[in-house]
Write a protein that binds this ligand. Structure first.
Ligand SMILES: O=C(CO)[C@H](O)[C@H](O)COP(=O)(O)O
Length: 231
């Protein structure tokens, strides 16, 4: 039986099929997107001409180290294809992202993509979002206010800690992440609307109506999920 990492690699490999010479490619973040960037870097070293727009400092560094010309939105106003990972994928291709803390730039890059492709192993597919805690990026001085507002809505949250034990996790933009536990998200659109209007919230990890295609690697095959796919 393939391991989760092997499945992630299979999905990342399949995403290469969507890359054509001359494209601007959005570079996602997280372990599955990292596998894709490494595979893309190999192709660039073999002569493929593309440019990348990165969704995090980590992905920008990795891409550049592999010879991918990494540009910003001044040089290219959109990506032809963006390939990124996800923490949960639900019907309609509603996503939770931000497990790696990069959700703000990921959403910016996704919003400027002609085609937004998610690569994932089958453990990410769910019928309803919410088992994975929803990451919410907040301005540090507003954190106590946002935490209290979330609590009043019945959604407890905690400030994400850095893996190296150095204290609070700090995003690429210098903000905090609240990992919020709504338990089960019955109405992602309504929750997103509440969060969108909460002052102090910079962005949240609900990516709704953004993904065009999800490549899900399972034991036997890679399945292509579109917004119309029945789960
Ligand atoms: O949203 C993300 C980072 O902010 C990642 O894409 C998401 O957490 C999935 O990561 P992985 O591929 O490591 O499972």
């Amino acid at each position: 039986m393939p391991t989760q990492d092997e499945l992630k690699l299979l999905a990342a490999k399949r995403a290469l099929d969507f890359i054509q010479p001359g494209m601007v490619v959005g570079l996602g973040s997280g372990s599955t997107a990292t596998l894709f960037i490494k595979l893309l870097g190999e192709k660039v070293q073999q002569g493929l001409k593309i440019r990348g727009i990165a969704s995090s400092e980590d992905s920008a560094k990795l891409g550049a180290s592999l010879g991918i010309p990494v540009v910003g939105f001044t040089e290219a106003t959109e990506t032809d294809v963006t390939v990124d990972g996800a923490d949960e994928v639900a019907p309609g291709l509603a996503l939770i992202k931000g497990g790696g803390g990069k959700l703000l730039r990921e959403k910016i890059v996704a919003s400027a993509s002609k085609k937004f492709i998610i690569v994932a192993d089958s453990s990410k597919v769910v019928k309803k979002l919410g088992k994975f805690k929803l990451p919410i990026e907040v301005i540090p001085m507003a954190e106590p206010l946002v935490s209290e507002r979330l609590r009043a809505l019945g959604y407890p949250s905690s400030i994400r800690q850095a893996k190296d034990g150095s204290g609070n996790y700090i995003t690429d933009e210098g903000n905090l992440i609240l990992d919020c536990d709504p338990t089960q998200i019955d109405d992602p659109t309504a929750l997103a609307a509440q969060l969108d209007t909460m002052v102090g919230v910079v962005e949240h990890g609900l990516f709704l109506g953004m993904a065009d295609l999800v490549l899900v690697a399972g034991e036997d095959a890679i399945t292509e999920y579109t917004p119309e796919t029945k789960f």
